[in-house]
Design a protein around this ligand. Structure first.
Ligand code: SAM
Length: 314
């Protein structure tokens, strides 16, 4: 099923120039790239802040760190690589004795490399073991979810994280099939769904189901909320949070977080009681999310769904 192709790059960084323009305000500062990937964005950031600034690059995937270390060799004196979930940003920065950062970048989801690489199981376009763990040290993988969650739990995951309208029926099909034999591969899962849903709807359904499983395996939405919340305690005044998201569930979390932290009052919830004034902590710099130009969308299809939001600590 996998197409033979020449691998051009680990991953083409999305909205690269916009990220740089918004993120780097202090060339002597400490920046955190919480989703280092192949180091595409990181390379541009470090070029901008070298030799006085520092970049902490975090990734949950050991292969991503290996690739980034390779790409960024020239700058290693100003780079700190961390193999961890960015949700642990507080513990990570504390362990490095870093109390203030000038910016945080989150370029969410998985890289092209992770989608293409055999054995990771993120893509329905290849027949791989059902895995989907960014961090191979964790025990929960997609195989465990597919084979041990109850039908109701499975349907909830598909609905909540994939917004899949056929969630109940697909969950029932999965439970029926695994009754005779464990479901072990992405191909087997895709075939079960293919019996229920046909083209022209199948590809989009598969994309939603695989997205939902990936989010559940890697606890992506809770991690995002925690990373944003904990980063606030480290962000210097004038420091920026830049987030690129690729689906509405992520984008909603970012948008709501920025809205909440930039609010000047909390609604009392009652017509006769005045709203409670609060001191805003963030200023939102992107009233509407930034999206990729037409040229970028043509040259890098992955950028089509990207939405970038930026906020600055007051
Ligand atoms: C879209 S890629 C980033 C690509 C990168 N900006 C570049 O230009 O090469 C997302 C990366 O973030 C990592 N990742 C996603 N969520 C994470 C999390 N919560 N903690 C740590 N790493 C995460 C993935 O393993 C993946 O390598």
């Amino acid at each position: 099923m996998r197409q033979a192709h020449v691998k051009i790059a680990y991953h083409i960084p999305v909205l690269r120039d916009d990220v740089l323009e918004f993120l780097v305000t202090e060339p002597r500062g400490v920046y955190v790239d919480g989703t280092l990937g192949g180091g595409g964005h990181a390379g541009r950031i470090i070029e901008r802040i070298y030799p006085n600034g520092t970049l902490v690059g975090i990734d949950a995937d050991a292969d991503a760190l290996k690739a980034a270390k390779n790409t960024l060799q020239r700058f290693t004196s100003n780079l700190i690589f961390v193999h961890d979930n960015n949700a642990n940003i507080r513990a990570i920065l504390q362990a490095l004795n870093i109390s203030t950062i000038s910016g945080l970048l989150l370029d969410l989801g998985v890289s092209s490399f992770q989608l293409d690489e055999a054995g990771k199981g993120f893509s329905f376009r290849a027949d791989d073991a059902l895995d989907m763990r960014m961090d191979r040290r964790q025990s929960l993988d997609a195989r465990a979810i597919i084979n041990t969650y109850s039908g109701e739990q499975l349907a909830d995951v598909l609905w909540k994280f994939g917004e899949e309208r056929n969630s109940r029926r697909i969950a029932r099909d999965i439970v029926d099939c695994r009754g005779t034999k464990e479901i072990g591969t992405t191909g087997e899962l895709a075939a079960i769904i293919g019996k229920r849903v046909h083209e022209p709807f199948l590809t989009k359904t598969l994309a939603r189901v695989f997205q939902a499983l990936r989010i559940e395996v890697n606890n992506e939405l809770s991690s995002l909320a925690r990373t944003l919340g904990d980063a606030m305690g480290f962000l210097a005044s004038g420091g920026r949070i830049v987030v690129i998201s690729y689906h509405s569930l992520e984008d909603r979390i970012v948008k709501n977080f920025f809205q909440e932290k930039s609010a000047k009052s909390i609604p009392s919830g009652h017509k006769l009681v005045p709203d409670v004034p609060v001191i805003p902590l963030l200023r939102v710099l992107t009233k509407k999310p930034i999206v990729a130009s037409r040229e970028e969308q043509i040259s890098n299809p992955r950028s089509r769904s990207a939405k970038m939001r930026v906020a600055e600590k007051i």
